[in-house]
Design a protein around this ligand. Structure first.
Ligand code: ADP
Length: 472
């Protein structure tokens, strides 16, 4: 059929001429009358030409237009339509072809949208992804994958994975995924000027419906944060063990001595008992501070927010800190020009002040000065504790709020410090949605300022910081 519609009109005309010639040849054997011969041939020519024109216009031309449209559709141009006006069956055919074209066009738009959505998802996922076919050629890499290696798409697409992915762990993962036909997991570290990045790579084989291996997906997870959390957890356990070990060893040693041979003089015995008492107090403080931290970090921790009158808080804690200050002849002053109230957890607020004023006294030499100033600034209550003590080196400031961080370990221990006070303070300030700043100069003194919002936005603030994220 197809060539019939494709033949040019001149060929059909040639056919008519051949027919006329044959008719002429047959008639010339029957008569010698040229007039009859020419008349018959003339009439035949006119009839055949009219028939040809009719068939051409009615069938051949519309069908060839329809065929052209179908060919365009086959080639993927879903916008092609038959626009030739026809009647009867050809009109039905054209209508159906146009309907088919519309459906195909809709399908292709949907397909395009799905592909775009899929690519958007792939490009916005937090994991690096690459798709390798069964021969090892890379077909797809997402944005995260490119960011991890700082490369461009065209550095990978169409290349063999082992030629362009310059990482032994990834290469081994893909090879093993192909070899064992199961998910394979490895990890590696990338180092740059910003530090180490820990990556976990998973190679997952892809199978078709007949369970034949068709390729593999490479998935890269950035596990740096998890790794750091694990390191911090290990450090924390090591620190706690170390902190517990010293007083326990001391208590055990002195108790053993007392048990084995009671010291001859009462003074030494009293001295040993005092040491045991001090060390067990240290243990108690340490355990109390650890419990406070763990309570603050519990998922279901809620602040007990009430309207707190700061004068009342100060009145509660003043005798405690005053006594501490008097022992060292330190002048402790308070400046609070009026009554301040805020929405806070009163007990926690008191704990913050005891810790900070306690530190100011501990880290200031005898005869020194400690000043507690309370005022307000915008929507915040500002509490400042300034001392003229030993001060803190600028290099130590960034780590000051880490658990167990002490500038001078021996001095902290001598003053009964656990190294957890500032970590607790920072935590309490954060759960109150407050801010904290420190300024310090060695041998000149330190100044800690806390800003507590008068009304925190959440009334039942849940602690959103994990043990590890609090440490910077
Ligand atoms: P500690 O129980 O050892 O006092 P903190 O967490 O309260 O633990 O404080 C951590 C460290 O910060 C202290 O060991 C000390 O070195 C330093 N520090 C805290 N407050 C002051 C201060 N006012 N002046 C000087 N150093 C301070």
């Amino acid at each position: 059929m197809k060539p019939l519609f494709k033949k040019p009109l001149s060929l059909y005309l040639l056919g008519i001429l051949v027919l006329l010639f044959l008719t002429g040849a047959i008639i010339s054997t029957l008569t010698n009358e040229y007039i009859i011969l020419i008349s018959v041939l003339g009439i035949e020519f006119v009839i055949l030409s009219m028939m040809l024109l009719y068939v051409y216009n009615k069938y051949l031309k519309p069908i060839s237009k329809a065929v052209k449209t179908v060919e365009e559709l086959v080639q993927g141009n879903y916008k092609a339509r038959v626009r030739y006006a026809a009647q009867g069956m050809i009109a039905d055919l054209n209508q159906n072809i146009n309907q088919l074209a519309r459906s195909l066009s809709e399908l292709s738009i949907q397909e395009e949208m799905k592909t775009k959505q899929l690519l958007t998802v792939l490009n916005n996922t937090e994991s690096g992804l690459a798709l390798v076919d069964e021969k090892g050629y890379i077909h797809l890499v997402n944005r995260k994958f490119l960011t991890i290696f700082n490369k461009k798409k065209y550095d990978y697409i169409g290349y063999l994975y082992y030629d362009v992915i310059d990482n032994e762990e990834i290469q081994n993962t893909v090879q093993e995924a192909f070899l064992y036909e199961k998910n394979i997991k490895h990890s590696f570290t990338l180092s740059d000027e910003k530090g180490d990045v820990y990556i976990e790579v998973v190679g997952a084989p892809i199978f078709n419906e007949r369970q034949m291996l068709k390729g593999a997906v490479i998935v890269l997870y950035d596990i740096t944060e998890l790794k750091q959390v694990a390191i911090m957890r290990k450090d924390f356990v090591a620190n706690v063990s170390h902190e517990l070990k010293t007083p326990i060893t001391s208590i055990k040693g002195f108790a053993e001595t007392l048990l084995e041979k009671s010291p001859s003089d009462k003074m030494t015995e009293q001295q040993f008992l005092n040491i045991i008492y001090d060390e067990s107090s240290r243990l108690q403080f340490l355990v109390e501070d650890l419990l406070t931290l763990s309570t603050l970090e519990k998922d279901d921790f809620h602040l007990k927010l009430t309207t707190v009158n700061l004068s009342k808080v100060i009145a509660d804690l003043w005798p405690i800190v005053k006594q501490q200050a008097e022992r060292k002849n330190i002048t402790l002053n308070l400046s609070m020009e009026k009554e301040y109230k805020l929405e806070a957890d009163g007990e926690k607020l008191k704990q913050v002040l005891i810790n900070l004023v306690g530190n100011a006294i501990n880290y200031t030499s005898d005869q020194g000065r400690v000043m507690l100033t309370i005022d307000e600034i915008d929507q915040f209550i500002r509490i400042n504790i300034t001392d003229n003590g030993i001060g803190i080196d600028q290099d130590d400031l960034p780590r000051l709020f880490e658990r167990f961080y002490r500038v001078d370990k021996a001095r902290s221990r001598n003053t009964g410090g656990t190294g957890l006070g500032l970590a607790i303070v920072k935590h309490i300030v954060e759960v109150h949605e407050g801010k904290m700043t420190v300024e310090s100069e060695v041998n000149k003194g330190s100044s800690f300022t806390i800003y507590f919002p008068k009304k925190p936005t959440t009334t039942n603030k849940k602690n959103s910081h994990s043990l590890e994220t609090v440490i910077e």
